[in-house]
Ligand binder design. Structure first.
Ligand code: NAP
Ligand code: HSE
Length: 433
């Protein structure tokens, strides 16, 4: 009889529940794929009294240290979230000779270098397929199948909650608050959903992807980010009128030896493949110098899609594949190609700009002059007639620019906001054409 692979799972919430369902509900399939039985020995939670239909009561406990240090345990599966206890547990698990599987992108984005160095020192593995884009096998693709390529650009919808909110607002006319509540109910959102809607979660995932694609370490502070929390229904409607869909994109691309990157709401043409990704789905488009363009799409959050990636990692460890990939990939150990991060000021883009202006003679001319002074050329202007016809009327003025340098566009925006006819600060988004 082959010895079972014994697991201690830290966390029995949305993802942990899904992992238990797959391991216990499909034990024969998992044993056959792993070449040995895989046994869930401990599930550690905060509140043992909570109802957890997919997890047997007798393996639930609240002491993560005891579970991590159980000498029978081979693999610690970290599904608690957060960066404090989770970090301690992962570091102790590696030092105690256990392999680690985690879905925790915040932990890797913030402490990847320390954790991976520690894992290498103890000759253990950290497997993290579920940390980016839920059920899409993007980590495997970048660390195994696409390694013949130099990735030159990647562009992704990496936060399921934000995409669910944007789609629900645009397609069903749902309010932002109701759509967020529904995403939480469906198990897509982080314990603190601010991370989803302010762009931090997508930035954590982008940091992991640029590590794999370019060998570059980007901290959260290095990634300029803007979420969907400030996005208004008015801008979604104007974008629609102009032929665009708004998506929260995480993007990184190579310019010579520099990697430019950001997370932001971006206007995409309705016909763009990423514009058609709906609900909690994620998608990542990758350009490689040999393969050309490839697109990955699938469920980016939720119980079973995320658990699918976690269990895939457990099986990879059981058969020894993860150990070989981990040793070869040398992540968070410096940039072998010497790539560095590029400051965002020099990046060129088209821009959508919306300002609320007084409906008076000369205001449009003033706005146009400020843009012209910064060498920014206007492509389209929309100004609908004011509802009320009186001297104090205020109207939204929407401008699409041609390509301009981000630094010059920001400088124009600062000047515009000080014009006497501009009633509230301008709102702007990049446009990908
Ligand atoms: P969740 O539903 O909030 O579950 C977290 C679990 O961890 C709960 O069972 C909780 O116990 C337990 N826990 C938290 N802190 C603990 C502590 N200090 N000691 C013991 N147990 C503790 O979260 P989730 O959605 O499953 O997410 C887990 C991880 O997966 C996070 O890193 C998240 O970013 C990542 N992830 C989630 C998804 C998704 O779609 N949800 C997708 C990809 C990655 P109680 O149940 O008693 O509260
Ligand atoms: N909260 C995350 C999201 C979970 O909505 O994408 C998947 O990482």
């Amino acid at each position: 009889m082959v010895e079972p692979l014994q697991l201690a799972m830290l966390g029995g919430g949305t993802v942990g529940g899904g992992v238990a369902k797959i391991l216990l509900g499909h034990a024969d399939r998992i044993t056959s794929r792993a070449g040995r039985p895989v046994q869930l020995r401990h599930v550690v939670v905060r509140d043992p009294a909570k109802t957890r239909p997919s997890i047997p009561k007798e393996i639930i406990s609240t002491d993560w240290k005891a579970a991590v240090h159980d000498p029978q345990v081979h693999v610690v599966v970290e599904l608690m979230g957060g960066t404090t206890t989770a970090k301690m547990a992962v570091m102790e698990a590696l030092a105690a000779g256990k392999h680690v599987v985690t879905a925790n992108k915040a932990l890797l984005a913030e402490h990847g270098a320390e954790i991976f160095e520690h894992a290498r020192r103890h000759e253990r593995v950290v497997a993290f397929e579920a940390s980016v884009a839920g059920g899409i096998p993007i980590i495997g693709a970048l660390s195994q199948s696409l390694t013949a390529n130099q990735v030159t650009a990647l562009q992704g919808i990496l936060n399921g909650t934000s995409n669910f909110i944007l789609t629900s607002m645009a397609d069903k006319g749902m309010s932002y608050a109701d759509a967020l509540k529904e995403a939480q109910r469906l198990g897509y959102a982080e314990a603190d959903p601010t991370l989803d809607v302010d762009g931090s979660d997508a930035a954590h995932k982008l940091a992991i992807l640029v590590q794999l694609a370019f060998g570059v370490t980007a901290t959260l502070g290095d990634i300029e980010r803007q979420g969907i929390d400030g996005l208004s229904a008015m801008d979604l409607r104007f974008a629609q009128e102009l032929g665009y869909t708004v998506k929260l994109l995480a993007e990184a691309w190579l310019e010579g030896k520099e990697v430019a990157l950001h997370v932001a709401p971006v206007l995409l043409r309705h016909t763009d493949m990423l514009a058609q990704v709906r609900g909690a789905f994620n998608a990542i488009q990758i350009k490689g110098d040999a393969v050309g363009e490839v697109l990955f799409q699938g469920p980016g959050a939720g119980e079973l899609p995320t658990a699918s990636s976690v269990v895939g990692d457990i099986i990879d460890i059981a058969v020894g594949r993860a150990q070989r990939t981990f040793a070869a990939s040398k992540l968070w150990s410096g940039s072998p190609q010497g790539f560095v991060l590029r400051p965002s000021q020099g990046v060129k883009s088209r821009f959508y700009l919306r300002v609320l202006v007084a409906d008076k003679p000369g205001v449009l001319a003033d706005v146009a002059r400020v843009l012209a002074d910064e060498q920014i050329s206007i492509a389209t202007v929309i100004q609908h007639e004011a509802q009320e016809e009186h001297a104090e009327a205020v109207v939204p003025l929407v401008i699409m620019t041609h390509y301009a340098e981000t630094g010059r566009f920001r400088s124009a925006l600062d000047k515009l906001n000080k014009l006497p006819g501009v009633v509230s600060p301008g709102v702007s988004y990049s446009v990908d054409d």
